[in-house]
Ligand binder design. Structure first.
Ligand code: CP
Length: 324
């Protein structure tokens, strides 16, 4: 299924002003900037959403950051939030994701936050329910609120909070890009807002075909690390390799070899531009794709990314419920 096919109409049919947030690819720059401006202002002026609404988080995959920050964002917007966990839901008895979503909708919630292992799951659910669906990460496809919080982190680091215009900013995204929904959403946001993006990794993880997304591709981190203004490291998603979805298993000779060429080690980080920042969506595997010293260094924005997740998700909820 193509990304376009996985992104049906963005309008949720139940309310004339409500929308889904399924992907950043294809979202116009004006919409990205509107969402980011709403998130920027959220601390002083929380986005207005109708009172008394209840949303539900449907997480069929593990999460620390996304789930918690959606819950906090809902609270700060004055929304009620109920959590449905795959561990305790009737999905374990064979109920489909769509039947689960229809069941929760029938109880009277006004939006669904969906995370699933299957690429396209949030879009499929959006085609069946009458309320807004926010994609909280679907397989290898997209993780739109992560892309937005990454863009917010970049805007803060490079003083672009007035314009959200990233022209002149060069971002390297490094690692297991074919497995990464985070990378897809970040690429969409960064390139739409004008950044130069270079994807770096072995051909099995960063194939030349990524150029169709408007990025450059390089197999050599050592050739890029001193050129970039921001270096985003990705976790190797072992769970999405051979045992996961078929047909797209990146080959990795050994973790030691991977580290030799693609880890952001202390030595490599020392070659970064003085002003350059380090990003990582988490969860990090310290000692594999990133050294602990780099993850905790002054140039690291890892916890800033997490912090930006709450206002970004407040803005996303307001946007989907029809108030941004
Ligand atoms: N970045 C991210 O999606 O983290 P979680 O899996 O903890 O939500």
């Amino acid at each position: 299924m193509t990304a376009a096919a996985m992104t049906p109409t963005t309008t949720a049919p139940g309310r004339s002003s409500s929308r889904h947030l399924l992907a950043l690819r294809g979202l116009p720059a004006k919409d990205l900037r509107s969402l980011l401006a709403s998130a920027r202002d959220a601390a002083d002026t929380p986005p207005v959403v109708p009172g008394g609404l209840t949303i539900a988080t449907l997480f069929f995959e593990d999460s620390t950051r996304t789930r918690t920050s959606f819950t906090l964002a809902a609270q700060r917007c004055g929304l009620h939030c109920v959590d449905l966990s795959a561990v305790t839901s009737s999905v374990n008895k064979g109920e489909t994701l769509i039947d689960t979503a229809l069941t929760v909708e029938a109880m009277g919630v006004q939006a669904l936050i969906v995370r699933a292992r299957q690429s396209g799951a949030a879009a499929l659910i959006a085609q069946r329910v009458r309320i807004p669906v926010l994609n909280a990460g679907d397989g290898r496809h997209e993780h739109p609120t992560q892309g937005l919080l990454d863009a917010m982190t970049l805007a803060k680091a490079f003083d672009r909070l007035d314009t959200f215009d990233f022209r002149g900013v060069h971002v390297a995204i490094v690692g297991d890009i074919v497995s990464s929904r985070v990378a897809r959403s970040a690429i969409a946001a960064f390139t739409t807002l004008g950044a130069r993006v270079t994807c770096v990794g072995p051909a099995s993880m960063a194939p030349a075909s990524l150029a169709s997304l408007g990025v450059e591709v390089s197999p050599r981190l050592d050739a890029v690390v001193d050129q970039a203004d921001a270096v985003m490291m990705l976790r190797i998603q072992f769970e999405r390799h051979a045992a996961g979805e078929p047909g797209k298993a990146p080959t990795l000779a050994s973790v030691r070899e991977y580290r030799a060429f693609y880890a952001l080690t202390t030595e490599r980080a020392a070659r970064m531009k003085d002003h350059a920042i380090v990003l990582h969506p988490g969860p990090m595997n310290r000692g594999i794709e990133i050294d602990a010293e780099v993850a905790d260094a002054a140039r690291s924005r890892v916890l800033a990314q997490v912090a930006n997740g709450v206002p970004v998700r407040m803005a996303a909820l307001a946007w989907c419920l029809g108030r941004v």
